[in-house]
Design a protein around this ligand. Structure first.
Ligand code: ZN
Length: 378
């Protein structure tokens, strides 16, 4: 099927509503604009949400690691060599990167894989959510993804390869649009997220980067014009970035409880949320007491439902403590240093907001990141 209109969607990771407004990002080219509620979680939550229109409760991706001893692909690692070396050696960033590559190859993962700062002794009890490439047909099975639906509809489509540089992805997109034979295009760019983590609020760094994106997107726009076919061009993001305002030391608080990981409780501590699985009676009360000094709160079931993360099977944890905006858990399973900026706080916080910027009027239905999908497949 040849679509009457070419539709192009450019994903810019961490281009928040605040940044889009502050730098008046492509206001002339993309006059139809709306702030969008972030999907609770991280980019690893938002991307499968964007690619499927489903939320974590359905597609199963909230954070990279969940406690699931029966399902862990790493079970055999409980006998592995790492535990004979001092922990400090395995905490080094470069060692972790090499080890991540080895593990990824060993297990045949085709998705993004990184050990981050996870305690290697916990790994044999943890499952990892992104074992497969989510962008290719069947990548989120049994849930249908963008490639599945665009393929079923017979569109001539292209989805960027997330492993390639964004320079490559933008150049490739421009070439395809000039040729005029592509009905649907999804351009993936993720470098701005890392820049924002390091430089949130630093205009002198961010403004030139934002301008560079604007230039690339202008090039896509003129390629669309030169092809002489009606088109829609939309830029959207998954979240903004919240400046660092303080840290909470979860491991120290947990050590004071006298509880033992894997016997009394299990945990996955991300930068902005701490998730717990209660294994013995009384553990919940002790952890809640230890965490009462941290700014933030335990999510109610009603909040979990609203954020699309409530599951009967407790996959995402029995208890989820969400840190107050700007307060990062540090150290955490993600690393030992806080970042200048982080996302993954309350989706309604103004620093969390994502954006939808388009040549075409924004449909009323687009208010949350999970709403993008229906527009992309329409
Ligand atoms: Zn990020």
């Amino acid at each position: 099927m040849k679509a009457d209109k070419a539709k192009v969607f450019v994903f810019v990771d961490a281009l928040g509503w605040k940044q889009a407004c502050r730098y008046r990002f492509l206001e002339d080219l993309l006059p139809e604009r709306r702030s969008v509620e972030m999907q609770f979680g991280y980019s690893c939550t938002a991307i499968p949400t964007i690619l499927s229109g489903e939320r974590p409760a359905v597609h199963g991706h909230l954070a990279f690691y969940d406690y699931a001893p029966g399902k862990s692909p790493f079970r055999a690692m409980r006998f592995a060599a790492p535990f004979f070396f001092p922990k400090s050696f395995w905490r080094r960033g470069r060692v972790r990167n090499v080890l991540s590559r080895i593990v990824k190859r060993l297990y045949g993962f085709t998705g993004y894989f990184q050990l981050y700062g996870i305690d290697l002794s916990h790994l044999p009890s943890m499952d990892y959510c992104e074992k497969t490439d989510m962008f290719v047909p069947g990548g989120l099975a049994p849930v249908k993804n963008l490639a599945d639906v665009w393929g079923e509809k017979g569109f001539r489509y292209h989805i960027s390869d997330w492993r390639m540089s964004e320079d490559h992805n933008f150049r490739e997109a421009e070439k395809l649009l000039r040729e005029g034979g592509t009905d649907r295009l999804f351009v993936y760019s993720a470098a701005f997220d890392a820049i924002q983590h390091d430089n949130v609020g630093r205009d002198e760094v961010l403004r030139p980067k934002v301008e560079a994106y604007a230039e690339r997107i202008r090039a896509l726009h003129s390629a669309l014009e030169s092809a002489g076919r009606p088109f829609e061009l939309t830029v959207f993001s998954d979240h903004g970035m919240t400046p660092l305002r303080g840290t909470s030391d979860a491991p120290a608080a947990l050590a004071e409880t006298g509880l033992e990981w894997g016997r009394d409780y299990a945990s996955a501590i991300d930068s902005t949320m701490a998730r717990f699985w209660w294994l013995k009676p009384g553990a919940k009360e002790k952890v809640e007491k230890a965490f009462s000094k941290f700014p933030g709160h335990w999510l109610s079931d009603e909040e979990k439902r609203r954020h699309g993360i409530w599951r009967e099977d407790g996959k995402f944890g029995d208890g989820v403590f969400l840190s107050a905006a700007g307060i990062q858990f540090c150290p955490s399973d993600m690393g030992v240093k806080p970042l200048n900026g982080m996302h993954g706080f309350d989706p309604q916080d103004e620093d969390s907001l994502a954006c939808w910027l388009s040549t075409a009027p924004v449909p009323e239905s687009v208010t949350r990141v999970c709403d993008y999908f229906n527009i992309m497949v329409s």
